[in-house]
Ligand binder design. Sequence first.
Ligand code: SF4
Length: 704
Amino acid sequence: MSSGTPTHCPYCALQCGMVVGRDLATGGGQVRVAPRSDVPAGAGGLCQKGWTAADLLTTADRLTTPLMRVHAGAPLEPCTWDAALDRIAAEIERLRAAYGPDAVAVFGGGGLTNEKAYQLGKFARVGLRTANIDYNGRFCMSSAAAALNRAFGMDRGLPMPITDLETADAILLVGGNVAETMPPFMRHLAAQRAGGGQLIVIDPRTTPTARRADLHLRPTPGTDLALANGLLHIAVNEGLIDETYIAARTRGFDAVRTAVNSYWPGRVERITGVPVPQLRRAVWLLAGETGETRGRSGDHTALVLTARGAEQHADGTDTVTAYINLALALGLPGLPGSGYGCLTGQGNGQGGREHGQKADQLPGYRKIDDPVARAHVAAVWDVEPAAIPGPGRSAYELLVSLGTRDGPKALLLFGSNPVVSAPHAAAVEERLDALEFLVVADFVPSETALRADVVLPTTQWAEESGTITNLEGRVLRRERAVPPPPGVRGDLAVLAALAGRLNAPGTWSGEPAEVFDELRRASAGGLADYSGITYERIAAEGGVFWPCPGEGHPGTPRPFLERFATPDGRARFTPVEHRGAVEDVCADYPLYLTTGRVLAHYQSGAQTRRVDQLNKAAPEPYVELHPDVAERLGIAAGALVRVTSRRGSALVRARPTDAIRPDTVFVPFHWAGTGRANLLTNPALDPLSRMPEFKVCAVRLEAV
Ligand code: SF4
């Protein structure tokens, strides 16, 4: 490949840089990708998902024409764009007239560009006048977001450049298997360890990430919060906390000190299964305790990082809060080289939660029930503030309300595949089928698209321009590298065309640059202020960190150095208590199930299952179980196993391994059909974030 277009990987939030171009060495000039060395997050690397991303462009079942059913039960048939858009507009008008504007719902995705997420939120509120919009990022980052907002007044996953990890003396990584989910991330951890840094991993499985750690704690699923409180108890009792920092930069520590009093090491060992010496060693490493000095010495740097393993629980917000409490007590957040961060998962998981596709949110991370925010955004949208609906249902609550008496009767879905990715997936399928009208915009016939009444064929990553915001909060450019196939349209153009048919007020553009300019104005003055970010600056500077409140502003790589984003500038401690998994194990369901990702696949697998190399690497779902459990149940390696929870059963292949605790099994969630992990998962919701409890439920196993 002699040259190409610089852009970024279509998948995860690391957003590794890649060049996309035609391989002149091959006769047909096939599209190829190569890594870029000028994108710090990816550190010049790509994982196998990134290396094979060009195969997505030529996937055999690529959608290139709109599809429509003439009536329920009829097959999906090709139709023209006008016919598809006219039908959608007519159904929306019909249902709104019959049931009111909330009868039409919208569901977005954390992979959509900032421009799409923004326009989707605007379309829901202005084009449809519905409160019912949410997105699959609710299943990914919402607990972290709620905890970050509560403690720091701002939800930026990593409030520091990722390269800060490389100089940290200690890193505590909770519930993240980056060696498989985002392998180039390991380069930063390898640099940290090469410089003498210590890595502590908390995970019930001995993952490839945990294997590289200096210390691995393996708690029982659902006990991460108790573990954090136990670590803080030790830090308090052994004089490792930073009283000066606590007094100067925080509020509320006394209540937390009292709350963690009852998490003495022996009790925490009983709850979590982590031996007391490991608990003490973790705290000492994190605090930089040498045995000679008490508490963190001035130049010791440390980071606490959480990911989905800690967050995807019905107490996920409190669990993240418990780790923030630990980091604050040790005096880490807001100091150069130290801090607290959450690792975002989806490609635009960070930007996708800032610009209005969330049920309770307006662009710029504004709250939809804040009168000042409503007035600002209404002025940009050219509507009255009162015309903007209030907060709607959260993702799972929205999905299970579909087709019910008081729920939406139609759903427009962009960039998501909830038939595979939503918890208690069978219930969600049932609700999708109860809708009067389902529209799915996608570039492949996902499992959800195949249930739709109208399917709209849209562009994918290398065929479109826009911006994405990576896990560092750095706004990056996605560049169009190849033309889309004839017949395919961008999501922005689709939304603009529908807004026109619905006589929506304001201006609507299909051009990313024009939409981004409007997004900049809508975000101005908000927490996630993009008003100073331009496409030109991103290209010239290799990305710009938000907040960036003016074109002369340099952007904000480390937003908490001087003060936190709370009214008084101080971070907030919040006391939290261990509650445990909503479903505990019992005689009928004696094992904990935890779910997650594998190296070769991404999210619902709608994309990666279509890439030959990835499919060969990981062709089918499986269950990891301890060899003792396999022997006790008479399950041989490779045998078909029925995994059953209170919600249903999944059929998967047995994979015995001592990398998992004997009380726990693991099923990855990338596959459709009878092997779906989400047929089993518990939709119990976190009271604040409305995050479902993906990471733990009770199951039993049977050889089939
Ligand atoms: Fe990088 Fe993530 Fe893409 Fe892999 S999937 S190449 S880690 S952005």
